[in-house]
Design a protein. Structure first.
Length: 128
């Protein structure tokens, strides 16, 4: 069987010996890394930068407009469902009230009754 042994101690490096990586002085900002972007390059392409900014503004405005339209559509759909329900309710009430038995109950006190025979046709003679 193998015997357990201690690992030899590793010497730690001194902090003064560690080399630090320095950035070059030619960079415009830390965002661009090692790219060399000068003011001349930026001003040379300022029209294109403004165009891209304009497209960004249009894109954002279009998304806000689309959200607004979607909210309006949803609210109109809710109103439509509500009025559709009211319409169906009124239609069913009208059907119930226009049944022959209900009409007979309402006009029975006026002396009107249902016909028991054929209806009579009234003819008017035309004068020549």
């Amino acid at each position: 069987m193998a015997q357990n042994r201690f690992k030899p101690a590793v010497e730690e490096e001194k902090p003064s010996e560690v080399k630090t990586r320095r950035r070059s002085k030619n960079t415009a900002s830390p965002f661009f890394g090692s790219l060399n972007i000068s003011a001349y390059f930026i001003f040379k392409n300022i029209n294109f930068i403004f165009f891209l900014a304009f497209l960004g503004v249009i894109y954002i405005a279009n998304s806000h407009y689309a959200l607004k339209v979607i909210k309006e559509i949803k609210s109109i759909q809710k109103d439509l469902e509500k009025t559709s329900g009211e319409s169906n309710s009124i239609k069913s009430d009208l059907m119930y009230e226009s049944m022959q038995s209900r009409v007979l109950e309402k006009v029975g006190h006026m002396g009107l009754e249902t016909l028991s025979g054929k209806p009579k046709k009234i003819e008017i003679e035309k004068r020549k």
